[in-house]
Structures are given as C-alpha cells and as structure tokens.
Design a protein. Structure first.
Length: 237
C-alpha cells in the first residue's frame, strides 16, 4: 500500500470511529437514564435534599453533610462538625461561605469553582443527556468517560459499561497557581423511590482522602425555600 493510500485508509477509519462515537454517546446516555430509573423519575433529582454521615480522616472527625440541590445553578451545602459549622451557597455566578454564626463572606474564585464542580458532580444521567451537545465520550481504563465543560470547568464522569452506573467523577481546579485534581468514588447503589442512588462516597483531593460519606436520607422533588440560596455577601468584602 502506498503512503497516500495508507493515509486515506487511516482518515476513513478515524472518520468512522468519530461517527460511531457520536452514536455511542446517545446510546450510552440512554442506557444510563434507563439504568437509573427512567427520565420521568430522574427529573425529580433536579430538586433534592441529601443528608450524609461524614468522616474526615485528616481531622479524625465525624460530622454531617447536608446538601440542598436545585439544578440548574443552585447548591447549598451545610457541613457540621462537633466544633464548627460551614455553610456554602452557590447561586448562578455568585457564591458565599460562612463559618458558625459569622457574617457570610463572598466566595473567592477557587471556592466558587469548587462549589460549581460539586454541583456538576450531582448531575443525573438525565441532566447529562440534556447537555449532550457539550459532552464528549472517550474510554478510560475499561470505563467510559463522559467529559462535560461548563463555566470554564471540566468534569469527567466515569461510567461502568456493564451496569451503566457512574462510579467515579473527577474535576480539576487551579488553586494558587497549582492544579489540583478532585476525585469522588461512588458505590453501594440501590433504588430509592424509583431512582438508582449511590449510598457511599469516597472523596480525594490529589492523593489525600478527605472524606468518606454514607447516605442517611434523600428526598426528591423538593420545593426549596428560595432564601436557602440567597447570596447576601458583597463582592470584595
């Protein structure tokens, strides 16, 4: 085979793989939606409340992680430890943090981006399918990787191709000029109210295990009080 013929063959092969990948992306998302309980049930995850029991290995401390989720754009996380409480609020392009009973402080860009990554981690397969135009599909060590770029941030959802479960989610932030990779592992999947839910999370920042969480309760289709997501802090203060 001549060099030109070989090049043409390679280009045709690459074109065929690209076309197949586009079809496969839709199929993967459809399979995930079905595995997680179907589109009608998954719509309930856009407004939910999660309550987690948490262990922070670095502090050797137990606590609670309460998450108010409203897709798109809103997230409130309340982290309660024996000696302190932290509240993080994200509402679109604005975010704030507060500790104990102190006045909320406007979140710095890395803090706000960390909240955005957490909200992206909470996207259901239906929410991902609704963003199919912004997704890319690749393979990563036997897993299927769905990559989503949003607000300048990239999140990768690693999917088990046999069960169609999201088993790992990764995201990267730049903090003080250093790029930090965040990984959350999901396990102990079970059906709750017609929806497949993971009941265990294992979180890492770089190589450091920052938290292990066990789901205590989840409530779907919650009508959250809008005040939960109010950002009252002023930028620059």
């Amino acid at each position: 085979m001549t060099g030109r013929a070989l090049l043409i063959s390679l280009l045709l092969l690459m074109w065929g793989e690209t076309a197949q990948a586009g079809q496969t992306l839709q199929q993967v998302l459809d399979n995930m939606v079905e595995a997680y309980g179907g589109a009608e049930n998954l719509g309930k995850l856009d407004r939910m409340l999660q309550e987690w029991e948490m262990f922070a290995p670095m502090r050797n401390t137990h606590g609670m992680d309460l998450r108010y989720v409203q897709v798109p754009g809103c997230l409130r996380v309340e982290l309660t430890y024996p000696d302190k409480k932290e509240v993080r609020v994200l509402n679109g392009d604005r975010a704030q943090v507060s500790f104990d009973d102190t006045t909320p402080r406007y979140a710095r860009p890395p803090q706000a981006d960390a909240m955005r990554l957490q909200l992206m981690r909470l996207y259901s397969p239906l929410a991902l399918r609704n963003r199919i135009a912004d997704l890319e599909l690749t393979e990563d060590g036997g897993m299927l990787a769905l990559s989503l770029e949003e607000n300048g941030l990239q999140t990768d959802y690693l999917v088990n191709p046999e069960r169609w479960h999201i088993e790992k989610v990764t995201g990267t932030l730049e903090i003080n000029g250093v790029r930090m990779r965040f990984l959350t592992e999901y396990s102990e999947f079970d059906m709750v109210g017609g929806v497949l839910v993971h009941h265990r999370e294992n979180k890492y920042a770089g190589n450091v295990n920052t938290a292990r969480l066990q789901l205590r309760e989840v409530t779907f289709d919650v009508r959250h009080d809008r005040r939960l997501f109010e950002v009252t802090a002023t930028p620059g203060l």
